[in-house]
Design a binder for this molecule. Sequence first.
Ligand SMILES: *Cc1c(COP(=O)(O)O)cnc(C)c1O
Length: 450
Amino acid sequence: MAAHKVILDESEMPTHWYNIVADMPNPPAPPMGPDGKPVGPEQMLQIFSMPILEQEMSAERWIAIPEPVREIYRLWRPSPLCRAERLEKALGTPAKIYYKNESVSPAGSHKPNSAVAQAYFNKQAGIKRMTTETGAGQWGSSLAFAAQMFEIELRIYMVKVSYEQKPFRRSMMQTWGAEVLASPTNLTQAGRNALARDPNNPGSLGLAISEAVEEAAGREDTKYGLGSVLNHVLLHQTVIGLEAKKQFEKINVYPDMIFAPCGGGSNFAGVAFPFFADKAAGKKVRLVAVEPSSCPTLTKGHYAYDYGDESGYTPIMLMYTLGHDFMPPSIHAGGLRYHGDSPLVSQLLKEGFIEALAVPQVATFAAGVQFARAEGIIPAPESNHAIRAVIDEALNCKKTGEPKVLFFNLSGHGHFDMASYDRYLAGKLEDYDYPEAEIAAALDRLPKLG
Ligand SMILES: *Cc1c(COP(=O)(O)O)cnc(C)c1O
């Protein structure tokens, strides 16, 4: 058997993040106000600190990773690049399958890569408190860990259904010292409006974002942290792909196709963007974002300006969207239930540089179980989307005899998602149809420019 892991020394960890904006053939479309004019930094400064905003708007190719951030990264980074040879054997495929294991972070996913950076830069800017939202709890727990590392107070608006259904993610956040509230709350106007409409409102990610943003905008000492979608978050995640490139170099292998699950686009960008530079220079590498067929933003959404949150507090961004008030079915991959997608990922898809595909829920769990039985690690339901696509491609290679190199991001482990695995194993998991009528209705409510 080939070596299973490629490990980098801590001293080989990247010193800079990669900013794809420097290499994009067309500049990214700016975020806009409802008046149809690009939003100025003043508006954004209400919720983001200056260093974060500078990164958000930067076109510099390389941005230094400060030493205090690298020090925290070293608690688990560099993460291993692994060869899934036992899975290859089980599939009987000539394809070679590799994955980057991001489940080794304290929170169990890729999300701390940005959380640590955000906490650090806010601390640098003199910020004492942060707010954020969380759905399934992955982002909340990542920022709770990061805020603790840099002694920042953190309040987390957690979507009420998840607060009730995922008590252990909540205790994780509390263990790291964060305050966790079930959203909607009566502390914000957005929350009070939602509760007035429906006292039993189960909450949604878009609504929790509205609450966290509203609080940050109203307090001088408080800024907001977002776990995906925005340019600076994607930037921080590129540490994944930069490490992977070094690891592939060490074994003299180069991937033919790269897969990642796609919710807001940050782990896809993190693993794929550093390879985009090679692609732009003529290398043949296919970059594939994999999403749920029940929340098919990239494959069935509109490329249009839309809000990032339900109440319309955020600037409007040009992206693939299902409509800001579209309520996705409550699938088990909570991290992939977002109506929009990163503007950078969206633009690269629109311009044909990357690909997207959608897979149904039950098949993703089948892939996750197959992976766990071959490789040991039980993947997060989000990661199962990439694994499904990889297994399908590997089976395709079995038919054609092509020994393709397939590489995916194992974005997290599934230890807090065993209730979902239970449903799958009991044969009770369902596929949700693409809610065509609901999406069409939500698209009618996209903001009108000007
Ligand atoms: C949040 C999450 C995702 C999806 O988020 P992106 O913004 O698309 O990266 C994927 N996998 C895991 C484990 C997550 O927690």
